[in-house]
Design a protein around this ligand. Structure first.
Ligand code: ATP
Length: 260
């Protein structure tokens, strides 16, 4: 069974046909990137997969996460799928942390709610997950405002990993971080995905991030997949003009004074 199957997915947001017939299959444990220009429909696709579309948006077609169909599913089904089968980490996930609750308790919460762990077992597991994302001993006891933005985003990632879903959807999870913190977080994401055998759908503008964690990539343009393949093939031999434009733009960021 695949982790995710999109068949002829359409999303209309406020009358705008933003996702226009996307087909995509993510096998168990596969890591797919979704790239494309601003407004191409990446976030709405990710939101639809996570069962978290804005109120103004409506999906048709088919989204199967594991063996559950999300299109047309009622709120009870979506509630069961969120967290258990699919988890979203967004650029602003850290803002969803409660400012007054120690972060260890916030990472432990899904372990108790979704997996029925005892308080003691969830506390220990939460400490392990915080260590997995590179946070030091003692972080579990501090509250979000006492941490840097990068540390808070790591906590949000640990909380997402705590859900243990087969599919992690990450929408620009490092966009608000400085490049070194972003690189570390991606390395930890890579290790954690491997350890927990989770599949990934990563929305990103950053081809370095794509290259760091994904094996496959789909390029969206005006709501359609215009090219797909391995990350290596797309970055070294892009076929579609939109992919070439994205790759050329990334290459042009390297200062000419640096050796090639
Ligand atoms: N809640 C909404 N209501 C109305 N239109 C929306 C909404 N969300 C997105 N759109 C529109 O749908 C289109 C696709 O948006 P989406 O956020 O999926 O693009 P994106 O590829 O993720 O872009 P970016 O890289 O800039 O985040 C855009 O034209 C956007 O303006």
């Amino acid at each position: 069974m695949s982790a995710l199957e999109l068949r002829d997915l359409h999303v209309v947001a406020d009358g705008h046909h933003a996702v226009d017939g996307v087909d995509l299959v993510v096998g168990e444990g596969e890591r797919w990137g979704l790239i494309g220009a601003s407004g191409a429909g990446k976030s709405l696709t990710a939101g639809a997969v996570a069962g978290l579309l804005p109120a103004a948006a409506h999906a048709t077609g088919s989204i199967r996460v594991g063996d559950t169909e999300l299109v047309g599913a009622d709120e009870d089904v979506l509630r069961t799928v969120r967290g258990r089968a699919v988890t979203l980490v967004a650029q602003d996930s850290a803002t969803a942390l409660h400012p007054l609750v120690p972060v260890g308790r916030q990472v432990a919460a899904p372990l108790r709610r979704l997996h029925g762990l005892t308080r003691r077992a969830a506390t220990t597991r939460a400490e392990d997950l915080l260590a997995d994302v590179g946070l030091s001993d003692g972080t579990a006891r501090v509250r979000p405002p006492q941490l840097s933005g990068g540390q808070r985003q790591r906590v949000a990632l640990a909380a997402a990993l705590a859900c243990g879903a087969g599919l992690l959807v990450a929408d620009e999870p490092t966009a608000a971080l400085d490049p070194t913190v972003a690189r570390d977080l991606l390395a930890q994401l890579d290790r954690s995905l491997r350890q927990h055998e989770q599949a990934l759908l990563l929305v990103t503008h950053d081809l370095t991030a794509l290259n760091a964690v994904c094996d496959h990539v789909a390029v969206l343009d005006h709501g359609r997949v215009v090219e797909r393949g391995t990350v290596h093939d797309l970055l070294t031999d892009p076929q579609h003009e939109r992919t070439r434009a994205l790759v050329d733009a990334a290459r042009s960021l390297v200062p000419r004074t640096l050796p090639a």
